[in-house]
Write a protein that binds this ligand. Structure first.
Ligand SMILES: O=C(O)CCC(=O)C(=O)O
Ligand SMILES: [Fe+2]
Length: 218
């Protein structure tokens, strides 16, 4: 399941945090890429050595409160989040994310756009599978959650610049199809509850959701 969540963080908060992040030092992005990804990574990213800016944690904390984010990820652990910046002609070619980052198994990758969608051209996040590819242009507040097992890339910027927060999550539910099933059940439960209350139908959905979760959680 690939999930695009719009307005994932309230816009005034996002603008204030983005302004604070832009005052921080940025370094060449290839410093943190693996051997093969280094060859195709051409961007800049927030310097992560030393003390990390408080704004970065504030942003992640806002994201963690988003209810769709919670229902789709079952987050157990996060890697260090990063902020990357692509200027004109910068791109990140096709690559696969490392399966292990420190002690964290990367089940889910995410990008949270921080730049107004009308201020840049290009910079789409493109995900490839056996049937072809699909791309998303992520403006401020747009969050894309995708299983880390896909090859993906970021198209070159043609105009303006693209700023985004990216990160990886180890999920309590390791397999993507199980996360998707639980996500669907949770959405149905919520819809039933909101429209009809605690009906027998709601109870059966809730029973299935919780018992599957109990079986699969790690
Ligand atoms: O900037 C993005 O949207 C994705 C970056 C990426 O794929 C990575 O850093 O591994
Ligand atoms: Fe990546």
């Amino acid at each position: 399941m690939i999930l695009h969540i719009q307005n994932s963080v309230e816009s005034a908060t996002l603008v204030a945090i983005t302004e604070a992040l832009l005052k921080e030092p940025f370094v060449e992005g290839h410093e943190t890429a693996g051997r093969a990804a280094k060859l195709v990574k051409n961007n800049r990213q927030l310097r992560l050595r030393g003390e990390k800016p408080a704004a970065l944690f504030m942003l992640l904390n806002h994201l963690k409160k988003n209810s769709l984010f919670k229902s789709a990820t079952f987050a157990k652990q996060f890697t260090n989040v990063m902020v990357n910046q692509y200027q004109v002609q910068q791109e990140y070619g096709l690559h696969i994310d490392d399966a292990l980052m420190g002690q964290v198994r990367t089940d889910i990758s995410f990008t949270l756009g921080l730049s107004d969608i009308n201020t840049f051209e290009g910079g789409e996040l493109v995900i490839e599978d056996t049937t072809g590819e699909r791309s998303w242009k992520l403006g401020a507040g747009d969050l894309l959650l995708y299983p880390s097992h896909y090859l993906h890339r970021v198209n070159a910027i043609r105009n303006g610049q693209r700023l985004a927060m990216i990160g990886w999550i180890q999920s309590h539910i390791r397999l993507p199809h199980q996360r998707e099933l639980l996500f669907d059940l949770k959405c149905s439960m919520q819809e039933e509850f909101e429209q009809r209350g605690k009906t027998p139908q709601y109870d059966r959905l809730s029973k299935s959701y919780n018992n599957l979760l109990r079986e699969w959680v790690d």
